[in-house]
Design a protein around this ligand. Structure first.
Ligand code: ADP
Length: 322
């Protein structure tokens, strides 16, 4: 309901729109309209009211509200259904619960803050209120479980494409960290639920540091984390950036569903900073530790590393560039 009111105000542009016409269109009373307007103001919308002319939108908040993200969003699947929370423990946890109860392909969960943002291996992901974009996407893809890791690459490419639109040079480290100056700007965590030979759903969690200055990061992250505002030299609209991410994500997902991952892998290569570098790998399976030169990304999205013992293929693990 509130989203529709914001939409009406936005469509009216510089003009006032009367409480009566909003009430009429929505089939509610003028008092109910007034209450919604009050609620919107509490959410940070600046709405001018005039007794005779009605309401006019002066300014909208940089909050990731459905009324900011979904109105006019050009996506077919991703974000068509959206769940917004001022605060959650983890958007991945909420998304998995929704998926379990049947949430549709492309459903997103977004929060202003996560109190227990998750990384891999139960590591914590710092997600302060209003400073980043902390969200998860539920996918119900038609492809096989072996293709799931490539969805993680797809998510990284989606964010990279959005950064490219904003002239923020993206650097992807295999498989899916986005870096600036060697420090992490974006973390991605993909969780899969399925049965043998079939993906029931994937939940892809993405954490984007948007407007966090270096001093604002907790001390233990200061030398390993960065944010988009640091690249840009000024704050960035989270609303605009998130919309761009969702549009890119949607485009890639549609394309992958129809034509496979070739294009995603090529785009990943264009943005990556791992290939050609001497790296250290801690492989996820056995925790084995080795060094070598990253030489290729194979068709499964795995990293091919040239080592003293010959070529080795890494499917999951941590990589540091030496
Ligand atoms: P992901 O693949 O989700 O990034 P990781 O396990 O690699 O998972 O990320 C968790 C690690 O990232 C933490 O142990 C911490 O060192 C670092 N980290 C935590 N919060 C942030 C953040 N907001 N930005 C960058 N790095 C972070």
């Amino acid at each position: 309901m509130r989203k529709t009111i914001v939409e009406m105000l936005k469509n009216a542009g510089e003009n006032f729109i009367s409480g009566e016409s909003i009430a009429g269109d929505l089939g509610i009373s003028r008092t109910a309209v007034w209450k919604h307007i009050q609620k919107l103001r509490e959410n940070g919308y600046e709405i001018i009211s005039s007794e005779r002319r009605g309401y006019k939108l002066k300014d909208a908040p940089d909050l990731l509200l459905p009324s900011e993200i979904q109105i006019g969003l050009k996506t077919k699947i991703v974000g068509v259904d959206m769940h917004y929370h001022p605060s959650v423990d983890s958007t991945n946890r909420v998304a998995k619960a929704l998926a379990y109860h049947g949430a549709m392909d492309g459903t997103i969960v977004v929060a202003e803050e996560q109190t227990f943002g998750k990384g891999r291996l139960e590591r914590k992901f710092y997600s302060p209120r209003g400073k980043g974009i902390w969200f998860s996407v539920i996918l119900r893809p038609n492809f096989l479980p072996k293709d799931a890791p490539k969805c993680t690459l797809m998510a990284a490419v989606a964010v990279a494409e959005a950064m490219d639109r904003f002239n923020l040079k993206p650097e992807i480290k295999w498989p899916n960290d986005i870096l600036f100056d060697g420090r992490k700007i974006v973390g991605i965590l993909t969780e899969i639920t399925g049965e043998l030979g079939k993906i029931t759903y994937l939940v892809i969690g993405v954490g984007i540091n948007v407007n966090i200055s270096r001093e604002e990061f907790p001390e233990d992250l200061r030398d390993i984390a960065a944010s988009l505002s640091e690249i840009k030299g000024e704050n960035i609209s989270r609303v605009k950036f998130f919309r761009a991410v969702l549009e890119e994500f949607d485009k890639l997902y549609l394309q992958v569903s129809e034509n496979g991952f070739d294009d995603v892998l090529n785009r990943w290569k264009k943005y990556n900073v791992t290939l050609g570098k001497n790296i250290r790998v801690i492989s996820a399976g056995d925790g084995e530790n080795f060094t070598g030169k990253a030489v290729d990304l194979n068709e499964d999205g795995a990293l091919v590393v040239d080592t003293v013992d010959g070529l080795r293929t890494v499917y999951a693990g941590d990589v540091s560039i030496r």
